[in-house]
Structures are given as structure tokens and as C-alpha cells.
Design a protein around this ligand. Structure first.
Ligand code: PMP
Length: 502
């Protein structure tokens, strides 16, 4: 069942809606459950980064990563939950919550479902981190993953799969964060109230990353009422169309690494009329800023926090000494422990330089084709059984799965096949499609990768795929494992630096 809350003519007339009483009581001694601890997050002044960036104004971080589920989305999840219970749409012990999300709304809903006793199904794209998936599972949620590249309006997207399942599963309730007015309303009533309370209703700029846009729309509506001079800045990654929907063409919708922000459609909870300025961001500078927020300011935040802060560093150049800018840091480090928190993960994407290692003779040596072990390729139409037989015969680590243009679509590995067969209802008679590993590490020989780079990737992956670009087509050359690299080192090294010849 879909919960279409609000009507479109006066959808953003948030002032006229029912408001949750909001007590800014930071001294409560005990809480009846963890859901009571959502919100009232601290506003912390940055001490180093703004100065280093040459800013004169003060920058404050709204630490949403300190919410119980680890993100700003706890607020809307709980608000949608309470409203639906009040209206009898959600019935404890009977209703099944199902929601498409980039993970954090899912964690917020799973948290509420765990405390109040509901079954909860979360549908999220494959791009989103395994850390989010493991957190969701630990909270008792069931997970369905959808292809990252599926456009939102296609039947395979997380939004459409959740919609379909909500019609098929008895007693399913889709709270629908993209359309539910409780999303912006939660921020209108709480996040914005807290910012205004901390700033004594005097703030010059707020900078907020845009996903569903519930945070920015809700905060902006309240702030424009109480502090009209405040400039509201939206932050949107390249690859998303939220900032420039009038001028989009197909190539504007692209994959980016930062999670939780950006979309290929305009959610109903976005009100562009209250956003004064947009800043576009890219992965590299966003994630480097997240690392700086952690290292220099001690704020254990996620990737979209870095994007918002990088955006703030650009937008706040117009502010003078004494003026104040608030930046929302939406989620926490936990979601990304194996992603941008890993140096090797950052280096593999060229978001961070490789460590210098002059003591090892092979570190700066360019990867040559003789180290690469050629791999066989296969079409996605083949069966899993055929692919497994081929791997057994060749003794290869993996098979490259090629599309019709002979470009690499992904890889097939025995390990992944075992995981899929053991944990999902799948059979070896099926075509390879569902078994293709799309998240794998590769280096392009045309970029002249070094053995040091290959070695750093092997720290976090059992193999590296080597590709070559020919007429815009990425062709697989083969793979390298630690064994291949070690064989090269031991057969080419010398005694002087500890790498003896065999
Ligand atoms: N950052 C992260 C990490 C998120 O999960 C989200 C929610 N998708 C946002 C930013 C954006 O919040 P909103 O959906 O309110 O625009």
C-alpha cells in the first residue's frame, strides 16, 4: 500500500501542518527507548579547515552522524513511522515495512522496526556499502539489492522493485520518503529548529547535500520564515540532475562514489524555490574533505559530509568575518570502513597518491604484460555450469564476462558463484547475468600502472583485472594475483634488498 501523504497544490505549506512538539531538552536523565535519542545533535565549530582554506567566517558542523542509527535519516524514518502508526496505516505485529533507500533511511526504519516489532524489507542499489547492509541485517531487516546502473524509472531500480513488492506482499506499507511530507516536515520541526536555537535565530548560510532533498527543503522552509537573510546552498554531485534539471542530457546521469546524494529524477520532497544556490561536487575532493574532517577536526563522518563541506568552502567565500555558516554532516564513518576510510580504496580510484616506497626495487616499476596471466572470456548468456566447467579446466582465477561489443561487463569467479548459490535461491542452470561481479578492481595498462599500485590493490582484493582501451572498448588482458606478483619478484629480484632469487 502506498502512503501518498500531502496534496500537490499546497504540499510545501509546512507551517499549516501538524507539528511534533519539539523539546530541546539536553538534560534528560534516561530514555524509554533508543528512538527517543534521535535528534538534538550538536553543532560544532570547525577550528582548522576554514582557516586553511582562507575563509574569514565561522563554519559550524551539524553532527547528524551522532544520531542513534548513524545518520540524519533517523529523523524522517521515525517521523514517517509515527505518523503512519497514528493514522492506523502501520499496525504493529502485522504490517510489513518496505522502502527503497540508499541505506540510511533503511537503517532508520529498521531501527524503529526493531524497537517496535515490525518486519522490514529494504531495497537498495548494489553501489551502497556492505557496511550499511550488515548494519541493516543486524537490525533484523531483509535486504534486496538492485543494479546501480538501473535508471530510477526502470522496473529494475530500487524504487520500482520496492513499489512492485509493496503490491505483492500482504500488509506491506511503503512509507515512501520521496513523496511523504513527513520527510521535509521532520527537518522543518527538528533539524531547522535546533540550528536556529543554537544560532539564536541568526545564521548567514546553511549548506546541505541533496538526496531526496527532504533535509534541504524542510530546513530551508523553516529558516526562510525565521531568518530570511540566510542563504540556502544545495550540494549535488556531478552525475546527478537535482541542481540543473532544465539542462539535462543523458550523459549528465553518471555513476559517482559518494553515497546518499544525487538522483536522476526530481523527488516530490524537493522544493527548488527555497534553495538560493547550488554547488556541484566531485568524488575526489569530496572524499578527501571527509578524510580531513576526520583527521583534522575529529568528526567521524561519511562521504556526503565531505561533499557538503567542500561545497561550503566554495560558497562561504562570500561571507565576512563574524558571519556564520552551518553545514550538515549527514552520516557516519561506520558506513564506509572498507570504502573511503581505506587508503588503498582511495588510491585505487586515484583519489589519494600512492605511498612512496623507494626501498623496494619493484615498487615504481611499470606493469609489463609478461606479469599478467591471460584469462578466458565468456558471454553473459552462458550458464553458470558452463562457466564453472571452463574455470575448472583452465585453472584461471576468473572469467571476463564480455558484452556484444566485446567490452568487459564484469567478471565471474568461483567464489562469488558459491556465495550466490549458497545464499540466494539460484541454480547452476541459470544464465550468468545474476552472477556477474561488477564491483572488482582493475588497472588500465594504457595508464602505465606501477607494481606498487598493483600491490596496494592486492591488499584489499584477491585479484586485479588488467584492461586495455581500444577504440573506446575496454578489453580484458588478464589478471594478477599476489602469487603472480610474488613469482615476478622472486624470479627478478636480487639479494641486496631482501628479495632473493629462487
Ligand atoms: N547524505 C547521506 C549519507 C544520505 O544517506 C542522505 C539521504 N539519502 C543524504 C545525504 C541526503 O539527505 P536527503 O535525502 O534529506 O536529501
Amino acid at each position: 500500500m502506498e502512503n501518498g501523504t500531502g496534496n500537490s497544490t499546497n504540499y510545501f505549506n509546512l507551517k499549516e501542518l501538524n507539528h511534533a512538539t519539539h523539546a530541546l531538552d539536553r538534560n534528560q536523565k534516561t530514555y524509554s527507548n533508543v528512538l527517543q535519542c534521535i535528534g538534538n545533535t550538536p553543532l560544532v565549530k570547525l577550528s582548522k579547515i576554514p582557516k586553511e582554506e582562507g575563509l574569514e567566517c565561522d563554519i559550524y558542523a551539524k553532527c547528524e552522524f551522532l544520531n542513534p542509527g548513524g545518520s540524519v535519516k533517523d529523523r524522517i524514518a521515525y517521523r514517517m513511522f509515527l505518523e503512519a502508526e497514528k493514522k492506523g496505516i502501520l499496525v504493529p505485529g502485522k504490517s510489513v515495512i518496505i522502502e527503497p533507500t540508499s541505506g540510511n533511511t533503511g537503517i532508520g526504519l529498521a531501527l524503529a522496526a526493531a524497537v517496535r516489532g515490525y518486519r522490514c524489507i529494504i531495497v537498495l542499489p548494489e553501489k551502497m556499502s556492505d557496511e550499511k547492509v550488515n548494519t541493516l541485517k543486524a537490525l533484523g531487516a531483509e535486504i534486496i539489492r538492485t543494479p546501480t546502473e538501473a535508471p530510477t524509472m526502470s522496473p529494475e531500480s530500487n524504487v520500482m522493485v520496492a513499489k512492485r513488492l509493496s503490491k505483492e506482499i500482504p500488509n506491506a506499507v511503503l512509507l515512501d520518503q520521496y513523496n511523504n511530507v513527513c520527510n521535509p516536515l521532520a527537518h522543518y520541526d527538528t533539524t531547522a529548529e535546533e540550528i536556529l536555537w543554537s544560532m539564536d535565530d541568526d545564521v548567514d548560510m546553511v549548506v546541505i547535500g541533496a538526496g531526496t532533498c527532504g533535509t534541504i527543503s524542510g530546513v530551508a522552509h523553516k529558516i526562510k520564515e525565521r531568518c530570511p537573510k540566510c542563504v540556502v546552498v544545495g550540494v549535488d554531485p556531478y552525475g546527478s540532475i537535482l541542481a540543473q534539471p532544465e539542462e539535462i542530457n543523458e550523459s549528465d546521469v553518471q555513476m559517482y562514489e559518494v553515497e546518499g546524494v544525487g538522483y536522476d529524477f526530481l523527488p516530490k520532497v524537493l522544493d527548488r524555490s527555497v534553495i538560493d544556490k547550488w554547488i556541484k561536487t566531485e568524488d575526489s575532493t569530496s572524499l578527501q574533505m571527509s578524510r580531513r574532517l576526520i583527521k583534522e577536526e575529529g568528526l567521524l563522518c561519511g562521504g556526503s559530509s565531505g561533499a557538503a563541506m567542500w561545497g561550503a568552502m566554495q560558497a562561504a567565500k562570500s561571507l565576512k568575518a563574524g558571519q556564520r555558516c552551518v553545514v550538515i554532516l549527514p552520516d557516519n564513518i561506520r558506513n564506509y570502513m572498507t570504502k573511503f576510510i581505506s587508503d588503498q580504496w582511495m588510491e585505487a580510484r586515484h583519489f589519494k597518491p600512492l605511498p612512496v616506497n623507494d626501498k623496494i626495487w619493484w615498487w615504481n616499476k611499470q606493469l609489463s604484460e609478461d606479469i599478467i596471466k591471460p584469462c578466458s572470456s565468456i558471454s553473459p548468456d552462458c550458464t553458470v555450469a558452463k562457466a564453472l566447467a571452463l574455470l575448472h579446466k583452465t585453472g584461471d582465477t576468473l572469467l571476463a564476462v564480455l558484452n556484444d561489443q566485446k567490452s568487459i561487463k564484469g567478471v565471474f569467479t568461483t567464489d562469488n558463484a558459491r556465495q550466490r548459490l549458497a545464499n540466494l535461491s539460484a541454480s547452476t542452470g541459470e544464465s550468468l547475468d545474476k552472477f556477474i561481479v561488477k564491483k572488482y578492481y582493475k588497472v588500465n595498462i594504457d595508464n602505465k600502472p606501477t607494481l606498487g599500485e598493483v600491490s596496494r590493490i592486492l591488499d584489499i582484493s584477491p585479484y586485479v583485472v588488467v584492461v586495455k582501451t581500444e577504440e573506446y572498448i575496454e578489453k580484458p588482458l588478464g589478471t594478477i594475483t599476489s602469487e603472480d606478483l610474488m613469482h615476478y619478484i622472486t624470479t627478478n629480484g636480487n639479494h641486496m634488498n631482501g628479495n632473493c632469487k629462487a
